[in-house]
Design a protein around this ligand. Structure first.
Ligand SMILES: [Fe+2]
Ligand SMILES: [Fe+2]
Length: 187
């Protein structure tokens, strides 16, 4: 087990909670009913995913993995292409969520569906294929170095409360859209 991987997997858990909320709204056709929540999901995704999680992966884990083997380098490049696509969809969702019209004419629903699919697939790929490979190749020493560098990066870029606030947003969104205790109930 490597701390860096554990940390990133934990973040995936938070991202998945919010992605699931969006997914339920897409499936039930209730995006227009939850415009305020969609706006909050878009800004959560922008800060937590685009600006934090993807940056941490690219600057630290992938950068290190790329230097370890050609196979890991190839994998990292493919995952970075996914990041570019997902970040683009997040920024599109953010723009559209401020336009009432986009909720009515189906453009927002289209982007939301694409985002849910791309995000889900990307996380699955990292968890099932890429992370286990990196975990095998990463030494304890390098892992400790990475964790320290990630901690420094996060402290420099985000305020002290960022992680806790983001987690609160994820839970609140679930409660508002899926009903209180939804996740406790299905555990
Ligand atoms: Fe990623
Ligand atoms: Fe990730």
């Amino acid at each position: 087990m490597r701390g860096t991987i554990t940390l990133l997997q934990y973040e995936h858990g938070i991202i998945r909670q919010v992605t699931d909320v969006l997914s339920v709204m897409v499936k039930q056709g209730t995006l227009a009913k939850h415009q305020r929540q969609v706006t909050r999901i878009a800004s959560f995704m922008d800060s937590y995913v685009t600006k934090m999680h993807h940056q941490v992966e690219e600057r630290f884990l992938f950068k290190t993995a790329m230097a370890m083997s050609a196979d890991l380098a190839k994998g990292a490049r493919a995952l970075m292409d996914d990041h570019a696509k997902v970040n683009g969809l997040i920024s599109r969702l953010k723009q559209l969520s401020s336009r009432k019209q986009a909720f009515e004419d189906g453009t927002l629903a289209f982007v939301a569906k694409e985002l849910v699919e791309a995000m889900t697939q990307h996380i699955r790929h990292e968890e099932d294929i890429y992370y286990p490979k990196v975990e095998e190749a990463l030494s304890m020493e390098k892992d400790a170095e990475l964790l320290m560098a990630i901690d420094e990066f996060t402290k420099a870029k985000f305020d002290r409360e960022f992680v806790r606030t983001s987690e609160d947003v994820a839970i609140k969104l679930q409660d508002e859209v899926l009903g209180p205790g939804y996740y406790q109930g299905i555990r």
